[in-house]
Design a protein around this ligand. Sequence first.
Ligand code: FES
Ligand SMILES: [Fe+2]
Length: 376
Amino acid sequence: MTRHTFSKFSLLFRMSTFKVDPDISQAKTLSTEFYLSPEILDKSREKIFANTWQFIGDSDMVKDKGWVTPVNLLEHYIDEPLLLTKDDNDKLHCLSNVCTHRGNLLVEKPCKLNDIRCRYHGRRFGLDGQFRSMPEFKEVKNFPSDADNLVNLPIHQWGKWLFTSLSPGFEANEIFGDMSRRLSWLPLNEFNFRPDLSRDYLIDANWALYCENYLEGFHIPFVHAGLNAVIDYGNYTTELYRYSSLQLGLAKDDDDFIFELPSSSPDAGKRVAGYYFWVFPNLMFNFYPWGASINVVKPLSPARTKVSFLSYVWDESKLRQGAGANLHQVEMEDEDIVQNVQRGIRSRFYQHGRYSVKRETGTHHFHQLLAEFINK
Ligand code: FES
Ligand SMILES: [Fe+2]
C-alpha cells in the first residue's frame, strides 16, 4: 500500500460507521473505506459471509448412497472444511470435515464409503456425522458425548443446487423463495453442470465493487456494445426483494433468442432474454434460454477477488445465442471497468458518489445491506 493511500485510509478508519440513506434521491454511495480496508474485509467474514447462505455445489456431487465429497467453503477467505454426504437413507448432509479427536481433516477427495474413518487414530463416524467408535478410549470418562459427533450444518436445496450457512441469520426461503417462485416452471433438475464451459476469473478489485457493477444495467450501453445490441435497454428493469434482486433483460424486437415462457410464468408474454438474479452477499444466478450461469464471488484480499463461473446447460442447441452468448467477452469488459474503479477510489479526492434514481436501485439496495450487516 502506498503512503498516499494509507494516509487517506487511516483518517477514514477512525470514523467508520457506514451509512446509506434509504431514500436513493438523497443517498450517497458507500464510503470508499469499505473497499480498501483489510479490517473491514476481516469484519465482513463474520458479519456478512458467516451469517448468509453460501453455494456449496450440487446434488450430482453426492449422487448415490455412500458418496462423500469435501468442499472448502470460500477458500482463502472463510476456508471452512466441509463434507457433503449421502447416507443410507438417501439423505444429504453437510458436515464439518474435521475429526472431533485431534482435528485431522477427514476426507480429502470424493469417494464412496460405508463410514468415515479418520486415518490419524481410527475414529469412525456415520455418513450422518454421528460418532461410531474409537480405539483405545475405554477409560475415557463421559465419552462419547454430543461433542464427539461431526457438526451438522443446514442444507437448502434449490433444484440440484445446494447451499449452507455457518450461522444463518435468516431463513433460506427469505432469499431463495422469490427466485424459485418466479422460475418454478423451469425443470432445474435437467440442468447439468458443464466443467468445460466453467472457469474462474481473478480480478484486481474488491469483491463488493464486482457485485455492485453487476447490480446495475446502467453501464450496459457504455461498456458492453455486444450485449447492448441484443438487450432492450429502455425496458431493462430491477426488482428488489429483502435480500435479493432481479434484473430482467428483455430482447430487442429483432432478436429471437428469448425464453419460450409457459402461461404459468408471471412473465408470460414478455420477450425475456435473461433473468439476472442476485442473492446477498455474493451469488449471481443468470438464466438464459440455454441454461444457467452461476457466479460465486470469492474475496481473496481487499483488492483481489476470484469469481467462479459455473455453467449448467439445459438446452445445448441455444448455447452461443442472445444475451448469454458470449459471457467471456462481457466478463472481460466488466473486469476492465471494475479494476479501473478500484484504482480510482484510492484517490484522496473521492470518497462518495450519488445514485441514479432510475438506474441504480440495485446498487443502492446492495450498499444498504452491506451497511446493515457490517454495523450490526
Ligand atoms: S484426529 Fe481423528 S482419530 Fe485422532
Ligand atoms: Fe457488466
